[in-house]
Ligand binder design. Structure first.
Ligand code: GLA
Length: 377
């Protein structure tokens, strides 16, 4: 009797429903062992200990972690000469304590990077050399601090526009096209053993895929130390098709880089606009028709989401030789960024665990795909 009561008391104390004991559930990391790592992006409450429930889910289910925000430039290096490593240190310690593959996200991006980075002390635009020096110092300091501990870095994030051309960011405008190669070189210099990734969304779209292929081919030809390409994977119910995703993974893997799915979630809510990418600067006003499930997801939609996840994981499994990791962007539906993007205040259902920390039918479907593959071996 005591052996049942004690775990129950622990579950209640953690705020987990009694039938959601993370120790009793099958785990994603074990189901996909030998195929690829399964990861989650963590917000600070998970690794600082304030969200014990999500921390338990993460420990039970995942063997790779990515920080949602704490290593972005605006957080880790908010002012010239001032770095804040308090939360990143806790993030890395959490990963080490739980024997997880620790990812760093992200070094060079046009978002969540303070304006001062591109300006001199008087507010005038920086020149090429000064910005390169600033990029070098940032990368040397941040990557250097976690040398040998953070095993893979998203070095450059979202350098391509949807049409496949280079995005007109301050990095590109001030430094020129080689800012991408330089970022990889600086990261390699700071930690020669770390894996280094290019990370972007909408890669299954033809024009963007074409641009990414050109970019990676060029970097490889120049001997730039790039080890992998991250498909962010902010997907919809009807996009991308499994075939387009399959073709895109094949095309990128052929370039001789690892592929990883780095920010997986599937949006079941109605589109707020025509645009299907993941540009974080977009924002649409909340209207009731854009938030159809404020009180729970109908079973018919749960089942569709489960099928959609199964379809995607079948593609990932098919590419297990090339895919090294599949990371979800968040732990439960409650803390997903999709509750606030591109519309603030929606009730979103994009992940495998619901708002109460319970595994959804989509979780079972993803486990089943792995088991199906084992049975077929
Ligand atoms: C992009 C970034 C992530 C995150 C997500 C949305 O995909 O790479 O860091 O900001 O958007 O939360």
């Amino acid at each position: 009797m005591r052996s049942i009561i004690v775990p129950l008391i622990i579950l209640v104390a953690l705020g987990l429903p009694a039938d959601a004991d993370p120790q009793q559930q099958p785990s994603l990391k074990d189901a996909y062992k030998g195929r690829f790592l399964v990861g989650a992006a963590l917000n600070a409450s998970v690794f600082t200990g304030s969200d014990a429930r999500d921390a338990e889910i993460v420990k039970a289910q995942f063997n790779a972690i990515t920080p949602e925000n704490v290593l972005k430039w605006e957080k880790v290096h908010p002012e010239p000469g001032r770095y804040d490593f308090d939360l990143p240190d806790q993030y890395v310690a959490f990963g080490e304590k739980n024997h997880m593959f620790i990812v760093g996200h992200t070094l060079v991006w046009h978002q969540q990077t303070p304006k001062w980075v591109f300006e001199d002390a008087k507010g005038n635009p920086l020149g090429r050399d000064a910005l390169l020096k600033r990029m070098h110092d940032h990368i040397a300091t941040v990557v250097g601090r976690y040398k040998g501990r953070i095993k893979g870095w998203d070095v450059v994030n979202e350098a391509l526009d949807d049409d496949g051309t280079l995005r007109q960011t301050p990095w590109l405008k001030i430094i020129g096209e080689d800012y991408i190669a330089k970022a990889f070189e600086f990261a390699h210099e700071a930690d020669p053993k770390a894996e280094l990734y290019y990370n972007d969304y909408s890669l299954p779209n033809k024009a963007k895929l074409h641009g990414a292929i050109e970019l990676i081919r060029k970097l490889k030809a120049e001997g730039v130390p790039i080890t992998g390409v991250g498909f962010q994977g902010h997907y919809k119910m009807d996009w991308p098709s499994a075939d387009d995703l399959d073709a895109a993974i094949t095309a990128i893997a052929k370039l001789g880089v690892k592929v990883m799915i780095t920010e997986l979630d599937i949006d079941v809510l109605p589109p707020a606009m025509q645009y299907r990418g993941a540009d974080v600067s977009l924002n649409v006003k909340l209207q009731p028709q854009l938030n159809p499930y404020p009180n729970g997801l109908p079973d018919s939609v749960q089942q569709k989401l489960a099928k959609r996840y199964a379809d995607l994981f079948r593609v990932f499994l098919k590419h297990r030789e090339d895919i090294s990791r599949v990371t979800f962007w968040g732990v439960t539906d409650a803390s997903s960024w999709l509750n606030n993007w591109p519309v603030k205040g929606r009730t979103s259902y994009p992940l495998l665990f619901d708002r109460d920390g319970r595994a959804k039918p989509a979780f079972d479907a993803v486990i089943k795909v792995a088991r199906g593959a084992s049975a077929a071996k």
